[in-house]
Design a protein around this ligand. Structure first.
Ligand SMILES: Nc1ncnc2c1ncn2[C@@H]1O[C@H](COP(=O)(O)OP(=O)(O)OP(=O)(O)O)[C@@H](O)[C@H]1O
Ligand SMILES: [Mg+2]
Length: 317
């Protein structure tokens, strides 16, 4: 494979599986290393599929709580009525249907970490109760009058701009400030395209094992398309596309024909419309873009090497 070994080289560390060589990803890995050792509440913010859960896993794995429980809660999937008893537990008979006493997720996470996924979707009553846990380090199970002390590290994720939501009243402002003691912003994949080849090669390795295939590389044309596409679904979308391509491809090289059609049409939209076919400026610009992408790919997205290939100053790239 063209970039064999590259994936391992660009892995944050052996534990976290976070791949990338972009400055943004390296900065995130550094931050994970620093905050993991503290009990600070962390808010992980980013579009869907950017790796928020992966980051939360890494924080827990690097913390002093690594061999204590790591409990995940999908706040979007919990209705208002379920939320309180799910998070804080209930005692037998506290409401219709509470036949047994049950520990909530906070109690189950005691000593460890709780991941509150999609916190932006939590109801207002839920937010009020959560604020109390963060302030007092104690929970009140449904049907119980005395609070219980818990020692839980909270990590929350969101794909909405929580600050904005708190400013326009859609999320409690005091809770936002409590949650965002440390905020980790995960950039969309389109803002760190230099990571695409690394991710592609790692996903091929994984899918080769999973699907018992022997794909060796990606053709330059296919890689150009993968790099130019905008990836609204971010890394999850890329992962799916590669999984599919590994299955569909009949040679040892992923060709354009094994990529989903929408990637190609998206790219074609960026080509020149027929009425401007002879517009010299437009044609030159398109050619320039293609050549730069080709050079960047050849140079594994190392800008100094690409600019050398292109015979231009790196600052002009
Ligand atoms: N930097 C990365 N290196 C390798 N794999 C990654 C990276 N970031 C994300 N992934 C992979 O992409 C997929 C999506 O990641 P994850 O579930 O963490 O995203 P998310 O931000 O939580 O998405 P959502 O908002 O939809 O819940 C996972 O399979 C994950 O392993
Ligand atoms: Mg997630």
């Amino acid at each position: 494979m063209r970039d064999e070994g590259m994936a391992i080289q660009y892995q944050c560390d052996e534990v976290s599986n976070i791949l990338g060589k972009s400055e943004k990803i390296r900065e995130i890995c550094r931050l994970i290393g620093v905050v993991a050792k503290t009990k600070a509440t962390v808010l992980v913010q980013g579009e869907s599929g950017t790796g928020k859960e992966l980051v939360a896993n890494a924080i827990h794995a690097h913390s002093l709580r690594a061999n204590k429980p790591f409990i995940k809660v999908n706040c979007a999937a919990l209705s208002d009525t379920l939320l309180e008893s799910e998070l804080f537990g209930h005692r037998k008979g506290s409401f219709t249907g509470a036949f047994e006493s049950r520990k909530g997720r906070f109690e189950l996470a005691d000593g460890g970490t709780i991941l509150l996924d999609e916190i932006g979707n939590m109801s207002f009553p839920g937010q009020a109760k959560l604020l109390r846990v963060l302030q007092e380090d104690e929970i009140v199970p449904v049907g119980v009058s005395t609070p219980i002390k818990v020692d839980v590290r909270v990590i929350a994720t969101t794909n909405v701009m929580l600050k904005k939501a708190s400013e326009n009243g859609a999320f409690r402002e005091d809770l936002y400030y409590r949650l965002s003691v440390v905020t980790i912003f995960l950039p969309p994949l389109r803002e760190r395209k230099e990571d695409i080849p690394i991710l592609v090669n790692r996903f091929i390795q994984l899918d080769n094992c999973r699907a018992n295939r022997k794909i060796k590389k990606v053709s330059n044309e296919a890689m150009d398309i993968l790099v130019s596409y905008n990836w609204p679904g971010n890394i999850r979308e890329l992962k799916n596309v590669i999984e599919n391509a590994v299955i569909m491809e009949s040679t040892d090289t992923i060709q354009v024909s094994s990529l989903p059609h929408y990637l190609l049409t998206e790219n074609r939209q960026k080509t020149i419309p027929p009425e401007h076919e002879f517009n010299l400026k437009m044609q030159l610009k398109t050619y320039e873009r293609q050549l730069i992408l080709k050079a960047l790919n050849k140079a594994n997205w190392v800008k100094t090497r690409a600019s050398k290939l292109l015979g231009i100053d790196q600052r002009n790239l």
